[in-house]
Design a binder for this molecule. Structure first.
Ligand SMILES: NC(=O)c1ccc[n+]([C@@H]2O[C@H](COP(=O)([O-])OP(=O)(O)OC[C@H]3O[C@@H](n4cnc5c(N)ncnc54)[C@H](O)[C@@H]3O)[C@@H](O)[C@H]2O)c1
Ligand SMILES: [Zn+2]
Length: 705
């Protein structure tokens, strides 16, 4: 499974790959979920799925209607009666490392508008590797059992479920309607005994306990299921006529009291550190458990908060599955190379003696940054017991969430006597400029800017990438070639290619694969992009910290390139009206604002940008207008405590109605929505004569009451 680097993929290749992946993943899903006979490892499946997601992230408009990303499980098998779930049975988002867990918690706090000081509790539950089952009890009696199927429609396996000891047939004192959800699994002991029986009977042995459990539950003849030692852990619920509790942990306790098996390793944790500690405790216990687990599931404990967080297309926002790393291997690290990126970041790469990790041949791995190599984390703390990494070392390689493998550990016993500590360069290996590390930044960066060939090429690649100029026939490969040949050294050069070619200055067609026709096609494709929306132009410039979303916001705010340029120049001293105006854009913080004014303030950078803009027709941004909305095109500022919604909710709602949400009050503000505790912003609004509403007034306005 060697994937083409995303940067060098053109649209057509991406589209083809997405189509192949859709087909492959659909087959894998059917094999795994419907036939209980997977033809690839879970790790491989996960890697394909991540690759698919990465492609969709990079080429959002190529996302297929039948995208594997939006698929849960597989359609029910024809042999079973179908059951429509009254509440969808979804999948879980995945976390693969500690950082993903911190991000998960941070996302939730942000969404709910919780400060770091406010408590936020989670449950941590082992992720049982079986298959999920929904049990419906009416007036205390089991009336239906269904598999997840595709999340909306599952298979009716009631007769089979009735044969499982852990599943009570009657539940006294239950709500009138009680849907209990959980995992059907097989213990290791039972699995081994079953396979011995299968062998003795000349039948096929099962590959693993999960397949055995799934294959045993999903039998058309329930008498076969009866002879299979299946078990069940309850950890969730569907429709209920009365709540089981106020929290996830209460509800699990209640399920236990109602007679269900719940997992004893389930715990309550008050933050990411506690979750991670629990993860490691469970990981240590993993080998001694008599059943398979493939990770730990974290869920927001408070059910009210779960409700507010809601769902994405196939996963709840309030839960995540932190998977155990499965793929590890040891190999020799032959050398450490330094790569220079678009923003000048020096990234160390380990060149490895090729090794197979979870079915994939790996010969490169990231070493993150100089601290990581030295055995320190970004805050100066010790990692890997302080062991540094050297060329010649024997290292442990793993593949986790990213397709890019990482180096995790080093074996000091196998370190060659002549191995010397790695000295991280303080000059750029590409251009010789000083490479500096700013305070608080883990990364060392080349200061060469435009004179650094590595940065120049990476910037050009970014400039022509999908979300930027997206020029047909001008991808990463062509950019590299054109740069090498001296045809294109900055973005403006792309737009003078035709002139130079036609005046005979450059002989594009002498190059391999370039005829008269392909040259003309390329020039036409370039001309098509001379007219460009401001937001795309801003993104294409590749200014550090300024991504696609920020580019949109900035374009919306300034509307024209001229206004943007003037403002950022006026804001050079980082104070005054222009600076305040820049910071008033919701989503633009100090770091981004500094990066913008810094870039525009450098004469060489600005000259290069001006040369580019002279070749273009930049389309001004139009305000988003949402038909009939009373706040469309208006600018609103929220301040004080909101009681009926969080800031995030208030913001996304206002934006969906076409309003602009700003972070501070200025003459351009149309409404100030002030909750209790509003301070200086409310005063300023009064001074400027801006309409101030309380939360109810705002809701009344947007709801048209
Ligand atoms: N090898 C293959 O060909 C192949 C094909 C398809 C899927 N898969 C495997 O299946 C997984 C994807 O399937 P998925 O959609 O079931 O996602 P998932 O397994 O990542 O997570 C969702 C499932 O976790 C289970 N679960 C276990 N303990 C839980 C708990 N305490 N709380 C909540 N849920 C719990 C539930 O059954 C739930 O449906 C992949 O990770 C992949 O490894 C493999
Ligand atoms: Zn450089």
């Amino acid at each position: 499974m060697d994937f083409v680097p995303l940067d060098s993929l053109n649209e057509k290749a991406a589209e083809e790959e997405l189509s192949r992946l859709a087909e492959l993943l659909e087959q894998a899903n059917t094999a795994y979920h419907t036939k209980d006979a997977p033809f690839m490892s879970d790790a491989e499946y996960d890697a394909y799925k991540r690759r698919n997601l990465a492609l969709e992230d990079r080429f959002p408009h190529l996302k297929r209607a039948d995208s594997p990303t939006d698929v849960v499980g597989a359609a029910p098998s024809a042999g079973f009666a179908k059951v429509s779930h009254s509440m969808a049975m979804l999948s879980l988002a995945n976390a693969f490392d500690d950082e993903d867990v911190f991000d998960f918690v941070q996302r939730i706090r942000k969404h709910l508008g919780l400060s770091d000081a406010e408590p936020l509790h989670f449950t941590s539950e082992p992720k049982i590797d079986g298959l999920s089952l929904s049990l419906r009890y009416e007036n205390g009696a089991l009336v239906q059992a269904a598999t997840r199927g595709d999340g909306a429609v599952g298979e009716n396996v009631t007769a089979n479920a009735l044969t499982i000891n852990d599943i009570p047939q009657r539940v006294p004192n239950a709500p009138d309607v009680l849907e209990v959800r959980g995992e059907v699994y097989m213990s290791h002991t039972d699995f081994e005994a079953l396979n011995e029986k299968q062998n003795a009977a000349g039948a096929k042995a099962f590959a693993n306990p999960r397949n055995a459990a799934a294959g045993s539950l999903r039998q058309l003849d329930a008498r076969i299921t009866q002879n299979r030692p299946l078990r069940f852990f309850a950890y969730a619920w569907g429709t209920l006529t009365a709540p089981l509790g106020k929290t996830q942990s209460d509800s699990i306790e209640r399920l236990k009291n109602l007679g269900f098996q719940t997992n004893e390793l389930t715990d309550r944790c008050d933050g990411p550190e506690a979750l991670l500690a629990q993860y490691r405790r469970i990981e240590e216990r993993r080998a001694s458990l008599d059943y398979d687990i493939d990770g730990v599931v974290y869920k927001v404990d408070d059910l009210d908060l779960q409700r507010r967080l809601g769902f994405r297309s196939t996963t709840p926002r309030w839960a995540i599955a932190h998977k155990f790393p499965a793929e590890l291997a040891w190999t020799e690290l032959q050398s450490i190379d330094i790569q220079v990126g678009r923003t000048g970041a020096l990234s160390p790469v380990a060149r490895l003696k090729p090794i197979t990790v979870g079915g994939v041949v790996v010969s490169n791995a990231t070493l993150h940054n100089e601290d990581y190599i030295a055995g320190r984390d970004n805050k100066g703390g010790v990692i890997r017991d302080g062991k540094d990494i050297r060329a010649g070392d024997y290292v442990q390689v793993y593949r986790a969430g990213d397709v890019i493998p990482k180096v995790a550990d080093v074996d000091l016993d196998k370190r060659p006597a002549e191995a010397i500590p790695f000295v991280f360069p303080t000059t750029c290996p590409e251009c010789g400029s000083d490479a500096l590390r700013e305070a608080g930044d883990a990364v060392r960066r080349c200061t060469g800017g435009l004179i650094c060939p590595a940065q120049a090429v990476e910037r050009l690649k970014h400039f022509v990438s999908r979300a930027a100029f997206d020029i047909d026939g001008l991808g990463a490969k062509q950019i590299e070639q054109f740069y090498k040949d001296g045809w294109v050294s900055e973005p403006a050069d792309i737009f003078t290619l035709r002139d130079r070619y036609e005046s005979g200055m450059q002989q594009l067609k002498n190059r391999d694969g370039w005829g008269e026709k392909s040259a003309t096609n390329l020039f036409d494709a370039i001309d098509e992009k001379r007219e460009i929306p401001l937001a795309r132009l801003l993104f294409a410039l590749g200014i550090r910290h300024v991504g696609e979303a920020a580019s949109n916001l900035i374009a919306q705010h300034y509307s024209t390139f001229d206004a943007f340029e003037k403002s950022t120049l006026a804001a050079q001293i980082e104070e005054g009206d222009a600076w305040d105006d820049l910071l008033s854009i919701d989503g633009v913080g100090t770091v981004m604002a500094q990066s913008l004014v810094h870039t525009m303030g450098q004469p060489a950078e600005r000259a290069s940008i001006d040369r580019l803009v002279a070749q273009l027709k930049v389309q001004p941004s139009k305000p988003i207008v949402s038909d009939g909305s009373p706040v469309a095109g208006k600018t609103v500022v929220f301040t004080g405590t909101l009681e009926r919604m969080t800031r995030a909710e208030a913001k996304s709602r206002a934006e969906s109605l076409g309003a602009k949400v700003a972070g501070s009050v200025s003459a351009k503000t149309d409404f100030l929505v002030a909750g209790p505790g509003a301070g200086s912003k409310a005063k300023k609004a009064v001074e400027l004569g801006i309409r101030t509403l309380d939360e109810d007034g705002w809701l009344a306005l947007i709801e048209g009451l």
